[in-house]
Design a protein around this ligand. Structure first.
Ligand SMILES: [Zn+2]
Length: 268
C-alpha cells in the first residue's frame, strides 16, 4: 500500500469516528434547542429518571447497543433516533471525505459540516415545524465555500441557485397565503431554499426539488394508505427538501451526468 492510500484510509477512519462523536452532540442539539434548554448544562441524563450518564453510557452507537436501547438505571426506552442520528452523521462524514477530499479538502469539510446542519434541520422541522436561522446560515456558509471549491458547478451558478431558490419559495409562500388563505410553508423555508440554492447551484437545486417531491409523494401516499384519508395531518416540506439537498450535494453531479448520458442515448 502506498503512502497516499494509507493517508486516505486514516482520513476515512478519523472522519468516521469524529462524525459519530459530533452525531452524539447533534442529538443534544435536536432535543434541547426547541425546548429552550442549555446545550452545556446539565450533562447528558435520562429524561425519565434524571440519571446522569457516565462516560461509558455516552459512547456513540456502542452504548446504545450494549444497553439494548434502555436507560441503565430505570430501564425506560431510549428513542432509536439517538443511534440513527449518530450513525447517519458518521456515514455522511465518511461519504463527504470519500467523495470530495481528493478534489478539494475545503469542499469535503464544508460538505461534512453542512450534512450535520441538515440532520438538525431535518429532525427539528419534522417534529416542531421550524427551521432555525443558525442552521440555514451554516448551509449558506457552505454555499460560499462551494462557490470557490465545487469543481462541478461554476461560481455564478451558485448565485443563480440562491436567487432561484429564494424566489421560487417566496412565490410559493405568498401564493399559499393568497390562494389557500393560510401559510402553506413558513418563512424559514424561504430562507432555507435560498441557502440550499447557494450551496448546490441552480442545476443541483432543481434536482433537490425533484427528489424532495418524489420522496414526499411516496411518503404521503404510504401514510394515507395507513391512516386513511380523513385524518389530514400537516406535512412540513422542509424535511423533504433537506433530504433532497443532502442527496443532491453528495450525488448530484453523478445523477445529472448519468441522466444526461441517458438522454443522449435516447437521441442517438
Ligand atoms: Zn432512566
Amino acid at each position: 500500500m502506498d503512502s497516499h492510500t494509507f493517508t486516505l484510509i486514516c482520513v476515512y477512519i478519523l472522519s468516521g469516528l469524529l462524525g459519530l462523536c459530533v452525531g452524539s452532540f447533534l442529538n443534544v442539539v435536536i432535543y434541547r434547542l426547541p425546548n429552550n434548554m442549555s446545550l452545556a448544562n446539565p450533562g447528558s441524563h435520562c429524561t425519565s429518571c434524571q440519571y446522569s450518564l457516565r462516560w461509558y453510557d455516552n459512547i456513540p452507537v456502542v452504548s446504545y447497543l450494549l444497553l439494548g436501547g434502555k436507560c441503565r438505571k430505570c430501564k425506560s426506552r431510549i428513542s432509536p433516533r439517538y443511534m440513527l442520528v449518530e450513525l447517519l452523521n458518521g456515514v455522511l462524514w465518511v461519504l463527504s471525505v470519500a467523495l470530495f477530499w481528493e478534489s478539494s479538502v475545503v469542499y469535503a469539510c464544508a460538505a461534512a459540516i453542512v450534512s450535520s446542519a441538515l440532520i438538525c434541520i431535518f429532525f427539528i422541522d419534522l417534529e416542531h415545524m421550524l427551521i432555525y436561522n443558525r442552521f440555514t446560515l451554516i448551509v449558506a456558509a457552505g454555499g460560499i465555500a462551494a462557490m470557490f471549491t465545487d469543481s462541478g458547478t461554476a461560481w455564478y451558478d451558485h448565485l443563480i441557485g440562491a436567487a432561484a431558490g429564494g424566489l421560487i419559495f417566496l412565490a410559493l409562500y405568498y401564493g399559499a397565503i393568497t390562494v389557500l388563505k393560510k401559510e402553506g410553508l413558513g418563512f424559514g423555508d424561504v430562507k432555507y431554499a435560498a441557502a440550499a440554492g447557494l450551496l448546490l447551484g441552480w442545476q443541483k437545486f432543481i434536482l433537490a426539488m425533484l427528489l424532495a417531491s418524489v420522496v414526499a409523494a411516496i411518503v404521503m401516499s404510504a401514510l394515507n394508505r395507513i391512516q386513511k384519508a380523513d385524518k389530514q395531518t400537516e406535512h412540513p416540506f422542509g424535511p423533504y427538501l433537506t433530504a433532497g439537498t443532502l442527496i443532491a450535494m453528495l450525488a448530484g453531479d453523478a445523477i445529472i451526468a448519468w441522466y444526461a448520458g441517458f438522454l443522449m442515448n435516447l437521441i442517438m
